[in-house]
Design a protein around this ligand. Structure first.
Ligand code: HEC
Length: 159
């Protein structure tokens, strides 16, 4: 229980440390991604209707690279095999210069994503993160854990 609370606090701290992205601006900029990317939940709820040239970007922040239901390039598959997970910083770097980013990661070959975003990558990353269900659930869980007068809670206090 204590671990969960600490993890949640750490997650919140990590999120606010990356405060440069502007969600509202990011939503606008995401218009450029919509030609190729949809954002829809596993339940099939379409949060943002877009094209299918690229993978679904629902929950992409915190999602392991190359794990949507999509036929990825060899380059992205290689990155996926390296066990990389997207965070706001890596996603920003990738969309600013997809092939440059892969090269930096030591990946040979080219991505199928031919688009480069000149500016506002952090905003898009922040916007995509805002569509994530995970942090809200973690927070709810943490609140629940904090309020519950359970044995684990008491044990945590005596520590
Ligand atoms: C011209 C079409 C196109 C546009 C525009 C485009 N993408 Fe992509 N994107 C792709 C394709 C295709 C892939 C799959 C790449 C591969 O397999 O190499 C991809 C992959 C990605 C991935 C990796 C996803 C995963 O599952 O690992 C992310 C993140 C991403 N795009 C974000 C964006 C964002 C954000 C924008 C807007 C700034 C954008 N893309 C604009 C076509 C596009």
């Amino acid at each position: 229980m204590r671990t969960i609370i600490l993890a949640a606090v750490a997650a919140i701290a990590a999120t606010s440390a990356f405060a440069e992205g502007d969600v509202t601006k990011g939503k606008k900029t995401f218009g450029k991604c919509k030609a190729c990317h949809t954002v829809s939940t596993p339940e099939g709820e379409v949060l943002l209707k877009g094209g299918r040239t690229g993978p679904n970007l629902f929950g992409v922040i915190g999602r392991p690279v190359g794990t949507a239901d999509f036929k990825y390039s060899k380059a992205l598959t290689a990155m996926s095999e390296n066990g990389v997970t997207w965070d706001e910083a890596s996603l920003s770097a990738f969309i600013t210069d997809p092939n440059g980013y892969l090269k930096e990661q030591g990946i040979k070959g080219k991505t199928k994503m031919t688009f480069k975003l000149k500016k506002g990558a952090e905003d898009v990353a922040a916007f995509l993160a805002s569509l994530n269900p995970a942090p809200a659930e973690d927070a709810a869980e943490a609140t629940e854990a904090a309020e519950e007068p359970t044995e684990a809670g008491e044990a945590a206090q005596t520590n």
